[in-house]
Design a binder for this molecule. Structure first.
Ligand SMILES: Nc1ncnc2c1ncn2[C@@H]1O[C@H](COP(=O)(O)OP(=O)(O)OP(=O)(O)O)[C@@H](O)[C@H]1O
Ligand SMILES: [Mg+2]
Length: 517
């Protein structure tokens, strides 16, 4: 044992001697250079290459660092020995991350890589407009030199994509509004946001099942259609027009769409937008994978038929909440400077918003307009490419009624007697009640299911009878739809210069522009 201590002491002595010798040979100014040289020689002979991804790149946050952190929080890292837990703002999910100075193996296309999370204290606080964190953080990626060109670019792209997916999945949907009337927040954003937790889904939506499937497939095709849109040279966006009587589920449909695709919603309040350039700025500040909604567009935009109006034969329109406006008058506060295109929103401005060059900034955007009066809209706004799908939200049909009975009372079709079902089927079409009206009856009696069905049947019968007495002929949903389309066709011939005008008109071109509000 004594011998052991003696040899250890002499070894330490030799080490101390070597160190002082090194200090004499390599003065401090040379020591750093020699370390660098040693590192270089090591790198030449090493079969690995290393990539540092620092948290802060100059003064900006490095997007890639955040992406790697999120990516490593997916299932790969859960097997790590030490993990850090995070819950981000606006998120209800907890994510796992790699702890400080911990490392983890990952593989991509059969190639193994090593990630190390490097955390070190920040030594000198360099001048910066914003305070930097006390610790320097970064990820170091180690890849075999021979694999570098094989995977590096595609691996990093894959990480960015995966991180975006995780972010979207973890983060609550957001509902944005421009209710501040054009003023910007401290970060220069014109939109205000709140967490969006609307429970409406396609399961709870009472519409005909075939129509529902058609819409869901259309949405899925859109969301998965990146290569299609690229191949065909089309902007990656889609327009839906939801029209029909109040209380038929237009707003609920928008919420269901957002929940189905995991998109945020931008609820555009046109009455708060003062001119076309403000509209464009709002559009520029919307993110990809979002639904941009203009509700009750017939109230925000002047009457549809410009020829008719210019001939002075425009009818009165509903401005919402029972207020009527003459064709020349606008709802809201959009028209500040009368006919001056610079001071008001115009139809061409709105068309550019949905269809022009600006509409595709950010890509993967859905535009949804809703209206109770489709016949009042300008055909230029409705043409394909702008509003790709026109969805009629009808009065409650029999299949939709079955969905409501299931949602509100937990009744399957088989739970009800054939006779009751037959009666419901006979009367629901004639009653012309909206899903909103029907759900009210069901909610009122939800404690007593039998009573709820009885009362619903009674209400439907009374309504149906009233309709027959009042109208003589009952306007069925399909007739309503046809009637609306006929009205539109009569009011605005398709070959007319209206559409052409709207397509061609440039911003600021007063002859062509249609003022809104
Ligand atoms: N098709 C439907 N399926 C399920 N619930 C519905 C449906 N339509 C209406 N409802 C219910 O009625 C309420 C009102 O519906 P919603 O606001 O979606 O109607 P809307 O068509 O947007 O009406 P408005 O034209 O007045 O804006 C919702 O809270 C929803 O619960
Ligand atoms: Mg609505």
């Amino acid at each position: 044992m004594r011998e052991y201590w003696t040899s250890l002491a002499s070894l330490l002595g030799v080490l101390a001697f070597c160190q002082s010798l090194l200090q004499v040979i390599f003065p401090p100014e040379l020591r750093f250079a020699s370390l660098k040289l040693f590192n270089r020689i090591f790198n030449i002979f090493s079969s690995y290459c290393y990539f540092d991804i620092t948290e802060i790149d100059g003064v900006n946050t490095n997007e890639l660092y955040n992406a790697v952190q999120l990516y490593l929080s997916s299932s790969v890292s859960i097997s790590g020995s030490r993990l850090s837990l995070t819950r981000a703002l606006n998120s209800s999910a907890i994510t796992f991350g790699l702890s400080n100075n911990d490392s983890i193996y990952d593989s991509f296309n059969g190639v193994g890589v090593l990630w190390e999370h490097v955390v070190s204290p920040r030594q000198t606080q360099t001048f910066s407009w914003r305070p930097l964190p006390e610790e320097k953080r970064g990820f170091t990626l180690r890849i075999k030199k021979k694999d570098k060109s094989l995977i590096l670019d595609s691996y990093l792209d894959f990480i960015m994509e995966k991180a975006n997916d995780i972010r979207r999945k973890n983060q609550d949907r957001l509902l944005y509004t421009n209710s501040r009337g054009g003023s910007l927040d401290s970060r220069g954003h014109p939109w205000e946001s709140v967490s969006f937790k609307h429970p409406s889904t396609f399961d709870t939506l009472a519409i005909d099942p075939e129509k529902k499937i058609e819409i869901m497939e259309d949405l899925k095709d859109f969301a998965n259609g990146m290569s299609f849109y690229q191949k065909t040279g089309r902007a990656w966006k889609r327009g839906y027009l939801l029209y029909g009587p109040p209380g038929t589920g237009k707003s609920s449909m928008i919420a269901a769409m957002a929940n189905y695709l995991g998109y945020d919603i931008y609820d555009l309040e046109l009455t708060e937008v003062h001119n076309n350039s403000e509209l464009r700025k709002l559009l520029m500040k919307t993110s990809s994978k979002s639904i941009i909604v203009i509700e009750d567009i017939d109230c925000s935009i002047s009457l549809s038929n410009r020829n008719k109006r210019s001939n002075g034969s425009g009818s009165r329109g509903n401005c919402g909440n029972g207020n009527y406006y003459e064709p020349e008058m606008r709802c809201g506060s959009g028209s500040v400077g009368g006919e001056d295109g610079n001071n008001s929103i115009t139809l061409s401005g709105l068309l550019n918003f949905t269809d022009g060059l600006w509409s595709c900034c950010g890509s993967e955007k859905i535009f949804v307009f809703t209206t109770n009066h489709i016949e009042k809209l300008d055909p230029a706004l409705l043409r394909s490419g702008r509003m790709d799908m026109h969805i009629f939200m009808s009065y409650c049909s029999y299949p939709a009624l079955l969905i409501l009975l299931k949602n509100y009372l937990g009744y399957e079709e088989s739970d009800l007697e054939d006779e009751t079902l037959k009666e419901l089927e006979d009367v629901v079409g004639k009653a012309e009640m909206t899903p909103a009206d029907i759900s009210e009856v069901l909610i009122k009696n939800k404690r007593d299911k039998c009573k709820a069905v009885r009362e619903l049947l009674e209400t439907l019968k009374v309504k149906a009878e009233k309709n027959v007495k009042h109208g003589g002929i009952i306007v069925k949903n399909s007739d309503y739809e046809e009637e609306e389309q006929e009205k539109r066709a009569l009011e605005s011939p398709i070959e007319g210069s209206d559409i052409e005008d709207a397509n061609n008109c440039e911003e600021g071109d007063d002859d062509h522009e249609e003022k809104i509000k």
